[in-house]
Design a protein around this ligand. Structure first.
Ligand SMILES: NC(=O)c1ccc[n+]([C@@H]2O[C@H](COP(=O)([O-])OP(=O)(O)OC[C@H]3O[C@@H](n4cnc5c(N)ncnc54)[C@H](O)[C@@H]3O)[C@@H](O)[C@H]2O)c1
Length: 433
């Protein structure tokens, strides 16, 4: 099948290269000409495990191309995926301007029947507005389908290749059949393709992200109470996770969720609720708890130093919003570092993949170390913010040698508190005894 994917970011690149991998001819489109020029040279703008090989192979075999020419990409394709960004507006609603611009361009470019798929995460009702914008520009036949994407950054290729489910929202059987054909290679182990009306499909994506965010905030709030009453959140978490009705996923307390999806999608759903006079009270609390979590982490640091961190040097391990990505959108590290800088601290940071992003965000306001040990030279404390695998079992003797004071603030509960105490470190976790 000839496919166009419009928007070549974390989602578009993965979707495009995975569809190419299953034999389709895919053109990935972006209005950022520098990004496209780089992709044509083999320079991949994001860190996503497995993606470079996939892109290289499919470009080499001629199934995957990149362009800024949206019109010709639309005309050569049967299915057009819209995968542009939908960031937060000041009100909390999703900014649909890129989706709407693309819809109008699709309308102006249509030269025959096409299936237009909204892959971006968009509020309920967006497919209707996409349809009207296209219809305004053309009398050609087309269908609009909602096909939300559930991939996780850091495991995006794996998730796309082996999805838990595919959700397709449409209002007639024809585009559903086309998408069934397209997704057949990815669901051979029996994952369902769930077909519904369009609004329901749009809602599934928001409900899924909101639920996962809620689990994280729930656990963070429980961890705060554990601290207050002298209980140990690690054991509480295990006790919950062992219940088959609850399970273990998304129950780790920490410095709060970040990234390009949970914060923006919870805000957008709260806003949708307001617009329909249906307040999303649980989600409002989920967001409030999350906003507090990074602040609480900084408060713990301040408390240890009696409120005075002027000139204190902190080594921060991890900048990305989670491991296995270079993405720092809404990363807790940004809030934490900014708050520490406000109080006069000196920050040295290290992240295995997000150093470029970090430099773009902080510039010369912080120092960037070449590795996680150099990050701690002369440090008054280690602040663990992102739980990269490489940080889990460090050489604490080496750490002890280079640090000025031996204090660890573990924002993800990855270290063994008793072991660190034995080694002479002062250790602070989240909700741990
Ligand atoms: N990142 C994730 O893990 C994830 C997962 C599922 C769904 N989503 C959703 O997918 C959508 C895209 O997310 P992302 O993380 O890939 O965003 P992104 O910002 O990484 O990529 C968006 C791309 O769209 C391009 N773009 C913007 N306007 C354009 C236009 N008019 N024409 C052509 N290209 C244009 C941008 O240049 C950018 O390259 C969002 O709605 C997001 O919520 C993201």
């Amino acid at each position: 099948m000839n496919i166009a994917v419009i928007g070549t970011g974390y989602v578009g690149l993965v979707v495009g290269s995975c569809f190419a991998e299953s034999g389709n001819d895919v053109v990935c489109v972006d209005n950022n000409s520098e990004k496209i020029a780089n992709l044509e040279k083999g320079i991949i703008p994001i860190y996503e495990p497995g993606l470079p090989d996939l892109i290289e192979r499919n470009v080499r075999d001629g199934r995957l191309t990149f362009t800024t020419d949206i019109r010709s990409a639309i005309q050569r394709s049967k299915v057009i995926f819209i995968a542009v960004g939908t960031p937060t507006t000041p009100s909390g609603a999703a900014d649909l301007s890129a989706v709407h611009t693309v819809a109008t361009t699709i309308g102006k470019s249509l030269d025959g029947y096409k299936v237009v798929v909204t892959k971006s995460t968009v509020p309920v009702g967006t497919a209707d507005s996409v349809r009207s914008l296209i219809r305004k520009e053309t009398s050609q036949a087309f269908d609009v389908v909602s096909n939300p994407e559930f991939l996780k950054q850091g495991a995006a290729v794996e998730d796309f290749m082996r999805p838990d489910r595919i959700v397709v929202g449409c209002d007639n059987p024809k585009p559903a059949e086309i998408l069934r054909e397209l997704y057949a290679p990815f669901v051979r182990t029996g994952s369902p393709i769930m077909v519904s009306d369009i609004r329901t499909a749009e809602m599934v994506k928001y409900a899924a992200n909101a639920f996962l965010a809620a689990r994280i905030s729930f656990m963070n709030e429980i961890s705060n109470l554990c601290e207050a009453v002298g209980a140990d959140v690690d054991m509480v978490r295990k006790g919950l996770a062992a219940d088959a009705r609850i399970g273990h996923a998304f129950l780790f307390p920490g410095v709060g969720y970040g990234g390009s999806c949970f914060p923006k999608d919870t805000r957008a759903l709260i806003q949708t609720g307001r617009e329909h006079s249906t307040p999303m009270r649980i989600l409002e609390a989920v967001e409030a708890v999350n906003n507090d979590q990074a602040r609480r982490f900084v408060d713990r640091v301040l408390k240890h130093f009696d409120g005075d961190i002027q000139g204190k040097r902190f080594g921060v391990w991890g900048l990305a919003f989670k491991p296995r990505t270079n993405d720092m959108r809404d990363a807790p590290a940004i809030t934490i570092i900014n708050k520490l800088l406000e109080k006069g601290a000196v920050i040295s940071a290290y992240d295995p993949e997000a150093m470029e992003e970090g430099k773009r965000i902080f510039g010369s306001r912080i120092e960037f170390a070449p590795n996680n040990y150099e990050c701690l030279v002369g440090a008054d404390a280690l602040l663990l913010v992102t739980e990269w695998q490489a940080f889990r079992n460090p050489n604490f003797d080496r750490i002890k040698d280079v640090m000025r004071r031996h204090i660890v603030f573990d924002g993800r509960n990855i270290f063994d508190a008793a072991h660190l105490a034995e080694l002479g470190f002062t250790y602070y976790g989240i909700g741990r005894k």
